[in-house]
Ligand binder design. Structure first.
Ligand SMILES: [Zn+2]
Length: 380
């Protein structure tokens, strides 16, 4: 994505400014935390005439421009600032932004558009940098921002898992506060349980109250072990809760599953049995998709499993038929050159058009079949 495209895309939603030059300066400010000497910073980016050309695309950005932003001389490069700003935009605005970049980034969604645009912008800046050390450092900063954005998106799922109290042993602070208007406000924040582990893995993330979050440094092995134990308890409790059937979801899943079985002929050969691997071994090229699928699996897996098994026992349909339907549909997509995100989306669209089911239900079911192996094979 060209720099001018980003300015054009974000100019209006982020109210960057009236003139092209002002928009470029404002965007550079958002990307730079604690700017010292804003005038010098803006001068280093280039004069108004040059900035206008950058914004219109009539002149490509160069190394001087990029290193003024990422070099740290005027402030710290901070892509999180842009991710936060975009995250605060209304749903429909984020959805519209995602629609506009989807031709180049197929997995862009209202949820991840801030992360997607910050990554693209960083790549654009890195591409024109002359200094290889600065190139590497900037790419690393962007990776850390992306992981942080993934953790923030995991917050609702982790809160659901945690319930309302801080899971740190010995602490029982609430994870919510009531604000002046009487609304509930989340005060807890996502912490990485073991800093040596994967910081984008839901199983290595937990919500702590702000107090514990500030004190927890991830350097004391005893506390890491305590937190891991607390996390396991939360997961067990979540599994137990998932067995309590929410009525709306139950009928949705029954309906979708029955609709799949109804169109699946009985005489097809049985799907090949693949070995069970973890989701992240099967989805290897799409980090955000892993987070999404694992999230669905964490919340819905036990419930979908018991619902489909119940249906099977009632004799209304055969679970094997549904399993085959997913397997056959996946096989028809697997040989195309679609990315894993595109295959996931195609599977969801297929299920929606087949069953007229709600998107959440269909995404949960596709995730379930990824987990039980009909969709995506692990590289072995
Ligand atoms: Zn606490």
């Amino acid at each position: 994505m060209k720099f001018s495209d980003t300015v054009k895309l974000l100019g209006k939603p982020l109210a960057l400014g009236k003139t092209q030059a002002a928009r470029v300066k404002r965007l550079a400010d958002i990307l730079t935390e604690d700017v010292d000497h804003a005038d010098e910073f803006h001068a280093a980016l280039g004069g108004d005439t040059v900035l206008t050309k950058y914004a219109s695309g009539s002149r490509p950005i160069g190394s001087d421009f990029a290193s003024a932003i990422v070099g740290g001389e005027y402030g710290t490069y901070y892509p999180d600032g842009l991710i936060d700003k975009i995250g605060q935009l209304p749903d429909q605005v984020r959805r519209a932004l995602a629609d506009q970049v989807r031709s180049s980034v197929p997995f862009a969604s209202a949820d991840n558009i801030g992360d997607v645009l910050a990554s693209q912008l960083t790549e654009t800046l890195v591409a024109v940098l002359d200094d290889p050390v600065l190139k590497d450092a900037t790419a690393q900063t962007q990776r850390e921002s992306s992981q942080k954005a993934i953790r923030q998106r995991a917050l609702p799922l982790l809160l659901q898992q945690a319930g309302s109290l801080c899971p740190m042993p010995g602490c029982s602070q609430t994870l919510f506060a009531i604000d002046d208007a009487g609304g509930q406000k989340v005060t807890g924040a996502v912490a990485i349980i073991d800093p040596q582990g994967d910081s984008g893995d839901l199983r290595n993330l937990i919500v702590l109250c702000s107090n514990c979050g500030e004190k927890f440094t991830g350097t004391n092995p005893a506390i890491i072990a305590d937190l891991s134990g607390a996390k396991r308890q939360l997961e067990e409790r979540q599994e137990a809760n998932a067995r309590l059937i929410p009525t709306g979801l139950e009928s949705q899943i029954r309906r979708v599953v029955a609709a799949v079985a109804a169109v699946q002929p009985d005489d097809q050969p049985s799907a090949e049995n693949w070995n069970a691997y973890e989701v992240r071994r099967k989805i290897t090229t799409a980090r955000m998709l892993v987070t999404k699928v694992e999230g669905y699996v964490a919340v819905y897996f036990n419930y979908i499993e018991s619902a489909t098994k119940d249906l099977n026992q009632e004799g209304n349909l055969k679970f094997e038929r549904i399993r085959r339907a997913f397997g056959t549909q996946y096989e028809s997509l697997a040989d195309s050159d679609q990315t894993q995100e595109q295959i996931f989306d195609s599977m969801v669209e297929w299920l929606i058009s087949l069953t007229a089911g709600e998107r959440t239900t269909c995404e949960a079911l596709v995730s379930y079949f990824i987990q039980i192996c009909e969709v995506f094979r692990a590289d072995t």
